[in-house]
Design a protein around this ligand. Structure first.
Ligand code: NDP
Length: 246
C-alpha cells in the first residue's frame, strides 16, 4: 500500500460511509467519496477540508446503474485512478415484511444495491488492483447475512450474498497481495432504519429500543484497523455487535 492510499468509499453521504471518510481523512488518505446525494457529499467534503485540510474527489454515483458505474470509474483522472482501498458500503434495507406480503420493488432495490451494485463497483475497480499488485477490498456485510430475522428475508439474502462474494473473492485473489475483508455489523444507529421504513422516524427509532446500538464510528474504526495491518495480515471477517445484541 502506498503511504498516501487512495480510498474509494461508496455510500459516503451518511452513516458508516461518512464515518469512514472522516477517519481515513484524519489518517491522511486521499478520498474518493461516492453516493447519489451530492449536497450531502459536498457538506462532508467541506467539513473534511476544514478539519484535515484534504479535498476529496466527489462522485455522483448510483451503484445500481451498471453502465454509469463503469463509465464514471473509468473516467477518473489519472491522479485518482490507482485506488488502493475500496470500501463497498452503499446499501439499504426496505420494509420488514413476510415474503407473501413483501413489496417486489423493495426486493429489487435491495438486491440491485446491496448485491449487484457491490459487484459492479468491484468489477470496475479490481482489475487495476490486480494489475498494480496491491489493494484491499472491504465489503460491509451484516449479521443479517449469517442470521436471518423475521421479516428480513430479502435483506438477509442480499447480505448472505455479500458474505459468499467476499469468500469467493478471497479465493480468486489467493496468491496475490490483494486483501479482502468483510465487516458484519449488528445494529448501528444511522439513517438506515429511516430508509428502511421510508422516513417513518417513530418506527425507525423503535428498532433501537432496549439496546445501545453501535455508532457509525465504531464500525469505521474497525475498517481503518483492518486496512492498516502489515501486508502479510488479512483480517478476513469481523462480526461486530452491540454488547446487548444476541
Ligand atoms: P445509511 O442509510 O446512513 O447509509 C447508506 C449509504 O448508502 C448512504 O450514503 C446512501 O447514499 C448509500 N446508498 C444507498 N443506495 C445507493 C445507491 N443506489 N447508490 C449509491 N449509494 C447508495 O446507512 P448505514 O451507514 O447504516 O449503511 C451502510 C452499510 O452498512 C449498508 O450496506 C448497510 O446494509 C450496512 N449495515 C448497516 C447496519 C445498521 O444497523 N445501520 C447493520 C449492518 C450493516 P445516497 O442515498 O446519497 O446514495
Amino acid at each position: 500500500m502506498s503511504s498516501t492510499p487512495i480510498v474509494l468509499i461508496t455510500g459516503a453521504s451518511s452513516g458508516i460511509g461518512a464515518a469512514c471518510a472522516t477517519l481515513f481523512a484524519r489518517s491522511g488518505a486521499k478520498l474518493i467519496l461516492a453516493a447519489r446525494r451530492q449536497d450531502r457529499l459536498k457538506e462532508l467534503a467541506l467539513d473534511l477540508e476544514q478539519a484535515f485540510g484534504i479535498q476529496p474527489y466527489l462522485l455522483a454515483l448510483d451503484v445500481r446503474d451498471r453502465a454509469e458505474v463503469s463509465r464514471v470509474l473509468q473516467a477518473l483522472p489519472p491522479e485518482w485512478a490507482a485506488i488502493d482501498i475500496l470500501i463497498n458500503n452503499a446499501g439499504l434495507s426496505r420494509g420488514l415484511d413476510k415474503l407473501h406480503t413483501g413489496v417486489v420493488q423493495d426486493w429489487e432495490e435491495m438486491i440491485d444495491t446491496n448485491l449487484k451494485g457491490l459487484l459492479y463497483v468491484t468489477r470496475a475497480v479490481l482489475p487495476g488492483m490486480v494489475e498494480r499488485g496491491r489493494g484491499h477490498v472491504v465489503n460491509i456485510g451484516s449479521i443479517a447475512g449469517r442470521q436471518p430475522y423475521p421479516g428480513g428475508n430479502v435483506y438477509c439474502a442480499s447480505k448472505a450474498a455479500v458474505r459468499a462474494i467476499s469468500e469467493g473473492l478471497k479465493l480468486d485473489l489467493l496468491g496475490t497481495p490483494i486483501r479482502v475483508t468483510e465487516i458484519q455489523p449488528g445494529m448501528v444507529e444511522t439513517e438506515f432504519s429511516e430508509v428502511r421504513f421510508h422516513g417513518d422516524s417513530s418506527r425507525a427509532a423503535a428498532v433501537y429500543q432496549g439496546l445501545t446500538p453501535l455508532t457509525a464510528m465504531d464500525v469505521a474504526e474497525v475498517v481503518l484497523f483492518a486496512t492498516s495491518r502489515p501486508p502479510h495480515v488479512n483480517i478476513s471477517e469481523v462480526l461486530l455487535l452491540p454488547t446487548d445484541q444476541a
